[in-house]
Design a protein around this ligand. Structure first.
Ligand code: NAP
Length: 488
């Protein structure tokens, strides 16, 4: 067993960014446990055709590591992975990372955490940080007969690149953000593509384009211009999409109008058009951005199937109207288990309390980062920190500063959020969330049963302000030498 100041799980944007900030503040005694064989997290695993970001890359990147070389406004997955690999190298983080280390448990006792991996290794640390993200475990629905299908079948996040889809009959189940990116690519080469849609999405154009050489030169030579541009992208999310989620009537109507125009422009078949139009509040599910989805659905070799799937058979899919669709390949673009958080990791806090028991009615945490009964544990991209309108990386940076400030105040001791402060925060968050579009739909990956467990209740300015200015009175700091506690 080795001992460290911190053990972090995960090398996505969260784990790597915190690691870089730790080093900048002079903390070098940490390791990052990563189950994969390389860095990048979701940007390593999601290699499906067409994978790219749906937040513009100048904003979906660290403010302290700008990249003037983005080829497209919305970078493609390989370039985002390159960026993270380059960042890891530049910041000399590789020496902190232990690859192939799947964390299975973390136990707190008397001011220290013991973190265990599947390989049986244990690590002792003062601070335990989860940076495993919210969309990590692919979800394949338990459809009757799915194991009987004879052809290749895989999840969008586990793309099998050995399978050539050219001239094949392909079925794609799901029409979320991943599906919206991969469907246009599959439609181009498949003989026939059947898209199984349960709920349509509100979608608007991305207006993607490559950056010119001049723009890249400008971003590299005049960082001030790049910052200004980043600020402009932030404003679009904050002042156009966020109000829609809050229920702004005119902006909501504009999204509906833009959506209807795009469908009309690209899809000639009236039946397909009506199937594509959502009937729920704009913003209740993630508003998707794509220039390619509706043109793909409008193609003659694409069927949009809205009958529910009754059974998967050896040669294809049967729908509720008893129709059989023959397929050579089935792709599950069916999303992720966003709940429970920290799935498959047995976390035990004070007195052996299990985190999964603590969160049995749905995950919550004070400002999304700390939870009572689990001292010296920090969660990056934890409960109620997600967003439907801006960059997660922007929000992660506020979480890094929150953690660094708490660590600084804690010194060699322990820090734990006070239960009343956490309860008050959760009540405030749930009360505000109940008025937003996300609450106006029965199910989405943002929710665990009735509660919106994944998303933040306000704008990102408020998030940044509250996270970067921790109210120390909301925490109990204990000091090991005097063993005296300070509380509010
Ligand atoms: P998702 O948005 O949860 O979509 C899953 C899809 O599968 C939905 O259409 C869902 O239908 C459908 N589905 C699930 N079970 C089904 C079943 N039994 N039968 C039929 N359909 C079923 O998942 P995702 O597309 O992977 O995206 C998840 C999140 O990842 C996104 O919201 C986004 O935040 C992130 N993401 C980001 C990017 C990016 O560009 N940065 C790209 C991809 C994903 P229902 O809607 O009816 O449940």
């Amino acid at each position: 067993m080795t001992s460290h100041k911190l053990v972090i799980i995960g090398t996505g944007f969260g784990g790597l960014g915190l690691a870089a900030r730790l080093r900048e503040t002079g903390i070098d005694d940490f390791i990052i446990l990563e189950k994969s064989d390389g860095v990048g997290g979701t940007w390593r695993h999601n290699t499906y055709p067409g994978a790219e970001c749906d937040i513009a890359s100048s904003l979906y990147s660290y403010s302290f590591a700008p990249n003037p070389a983005w080829d497209f406004k919305w970078a493609k997955q390989p370039q985002i992975l390159d960026y993270l690999e380059g960042f890891t190298k530049d910041r000399d983080l590789y020496r902190h990372i232990r690859f192939g280390a799947t964390v299975t448990g973390a136990v707190y006792d008397k001011g220290r955490w013991t973190v265990t991996t599947a390989g049986g290794k244990t690590y002792d640390c003062q601070f335990f940080v989860s940076a495993v993200g919210q969309l990590h475990h692919p979800s394949i629905p338990n459809i009757k007969g799915k194991e009987t299908f004879k052809g290749p079948n895989f999840h969008s996040a586990q793309w099998d690149h050995s399978v050539d889809l050219t001239d094949k009959n392909v079925g794609v189940i799901g029409v979320g953000a991943s599906a919206a990116q991969l469907i246009p690519e599959v439609a181009k080469i498949a003989k026939h593509l059947t898209v199984y849609q349960r709920t349509p999405n509100w979608m608007i154009n991305k207006h993607d384009r490559p950056y010119s050489k001049f723009e890249k030169w400008l971003a590299g030579k005049l960082p001030f211009m790049a910052k200004l541009y980043r600020g402009g992208l932030w404003c679009q999310g904050e002042f156009f999409i966020w109000p829609v989620i809050k229920g702004a009537k005119i902006r909501g109507a504009l999204v509906r109008k833009l959506n209807a125009l795009e469908i009309k422009k690209h899809v000639k078949d009236p039946e397909k058009r009506s199937k594509l139009t959502p009937d729920y509040a704009v913003g209740a599910k993630r508003i998707l951005l794509s220039d390619k989805y509706y043109p793909a659905i409008g193609r003659d070799n694409v069927t949009l199937e809205t009958q529910s799937i009754s059974e998967i058979k050896a040669g294809g899919i049967e729908t509720a109207d008893d129709k059989f669709h023959a397929h050579d390949v089935i792709v599950y673009a069916t999303g992720f288990f966003s709940n429970p958080f920290l799935k498959n990791i047995d976390v035990r806090g004070e007195a052996g309390r299990a985190l999964r028991e603590h969160w049995k009615d749905g995950a919550y945490a004070y400002l999304g980062v700390t939870t009572a009964g689990f001292p010296n544990m920090f969660i990056l991209y934890g409960p109620n920190t997600n967003t439907g309108h801006t960059s997660i990386v922007y929000k992660l940076e506020a979480q890094f500063e929150h953690i660094l400030k708490l660590m600084d105040k804690t010194g060699d001791g322990t820090v734990e959020v006070n239960d009343p402060a956490e309860t008050a925060f959760n009540e405030e968050a749930q009360e505000k969330l109940s008025k937003l579009a996300w609450a106006k739909i029965d199910a989405s990956w943002y929710k665990d049963r009735e509660r919106v467990t994944n998303n933040w209740h306000g704008g990102s300015t408020e998030f940044k302000r509250r996270l970067e200015n921790p109210i120390f009175d909301h925490f109990t700091f204990s000091h090991p030498i005097s063993d005296k506690s300070t509380t509010a």
